[in-house]
Design a binder for this molecule. Structure first.
Ligand code: SAH
Length: 365
């Protein structure tokens, strides 16, 4: 690993071709180098044996390969793995791998911290620090693919990637799209766009932009069937209320021909009543939707509790009765704090961010 010049890890095919054109090289070099970086596990230019020696020497001078550094790796009793990664500048982020029988999902972060301050989420409690670069986003896949033995020569272990780690991906739009282009590039990770899911807290204009730029699978963190309750749980709702958000979802589904996944965290006594379920079915009418019910995962300094299983089951049945596909997400990696909403990196929160949340809203359903 060298530390000078352009970090090639963050370049997608177009940028890589531009980079080689700038060196007076043919554009096919871009594909060769992408393969070395993302499939063959090269960590330095000397290993790239199909490049002429003078070109390798030139790359040493003008380019680098810099990935996030693994500080700690943990493995859950259920096989979930979590990496704490250190970034240049000292921040750290978390990345989680969730193995299942028929697939392996890597959950990737897009920002250090998050500005949206959803009332039940650990990442939000940190506040926002900065966007991740394309190299830092794809670098999480690069690190995990090695740790899991997929790179250099193992079977494909990472079959799906979800942007559901720390941060709001649509607030780091350009860098996230670059990383997703690499995920889809056959010279890099070769995933179909349906195996990539971007999860957003509901930035309606960003959803429209994504539809045109990179129409991957979309998940929307809805969490409430009406604006009064959603304003409390997901404060960005005050800017983009449910009607605007669902209209954007409708356009996304129409344009991509795909179903939208709505995430709904189950908070006892807040949003888990049968009345909330009925209201939700009315809101989602006409949208090709799937609902993922997420049992709340405990977060320190948050006073919510997980809904009892019976409440989750009743809620789910209401949705199914109305013809809406609904599943309860299995909680994974809880013992290593790798579950939804528990990712925090190792960030020292500012004193002001220590404040305890007010008691949950009454009358949430
Ligand atoms: N900012 C994006 C990406 C984060 S995805 C978004 O909001 O969609 C993480 C998912 O886990 C979101 O649906 C989020 O609302 C949910 N989540 C956050 N905190 C949680 C918690 N404590 N328990 C269960 N799910 C949580």
């Amino acid at each position: 690993m060298v530390n000078n010049g352009t970090n090639l890890l963050g370049l997608d095919r177009g940028a890589m071709e531009g980079f080689f054109a700038g060196l007076g090289e043919k554009s096919y070099r871009a594909g060769q180098v992408l393969k070395w970086l993302h499939q063959s596990g090269a960590e330095d230019f000397a290993a790239m044996t199909n490049l002429a020696k003078p070109l390798r020497a030139k790359l040493q001078d003008v380019a680098s390969i810099e990935s996030p550094v693994v500080v700690r790796e943990q493995q859950s009793a259920d096989g979930t793995r979590k990496w704490l990664l250190r970034l240049t500048g000292g921040h750290s982020i978390e990345t989680v791998f969730i193995p299942e029988i028929d697939r392996g999902t890597l959950c990737v972060s897009s920002q250090v911290g998050c500005a949206l301050d959803c009332s039940f989420c650990a990442t939000g409690k940190q506040g926002f620090d900065r966007n991740l670069s394309p190299a830092e986003i794809i670098g999480q896949v690069w690190v995990a693919a090695r740790a899991l033995g997929q790179v250099p020569k193992g079977p494909r272990t990472i079959t799906n990637v979800v942007l559901m780690g720390m941060g709001e991906p649509l607030l780091n739009f350009t860098n996230v799209v670059t990383a997703m282009q690499l995920l889809m590039d056959d010279f890099a990770y070769g995933l179909s766009r349906w195996r990539i899911t971007l999860s957003t807290a509901g930035l309606a204009p960003g959803i429209d932009r994504l539809k045109d730029a990179c129409p991957v699978s979309l998940a929307v963190s809805l969490h409430a069937p009406n604006d009064a309750l959603r304003d409390e749980l997901v404060p960005i709702n005050k800017r983009y209320p449910i009607d605007d958000l669902l209209a954007a979802c409708h356009r996304y589904a129409d344009a991509t021909g795909s179903r939208i996944t709505f995430e709904y965290v189950m908070l006892a006594g807040i949003n888990d009543s049968p009345a909330c379920a009925s209201e939700l079915t009315r809101r989602l009418r006409g949208i090709p939707a799937k609902v993922n019910l997420i049992p709340f995962n405990p977060v320190s300094s948050v006073v919510y509790r997980r809904s009892p299983q019976a409440a989750i089951d009743t809620f789910r049945e209401r949705l199914l009765d109305a013809g809406i596909l609904a599943i309860t997400r299995k909680t994974r990696g809880e013992d290593i704090e790798a579950a939804c909403g528990q990712l925090v990196g190792e960030f020292i929160p500012r004193a002001a961010r220590h404040r305890l949340r007010a008691a949950p809203m009454p009358g949430g359903g």
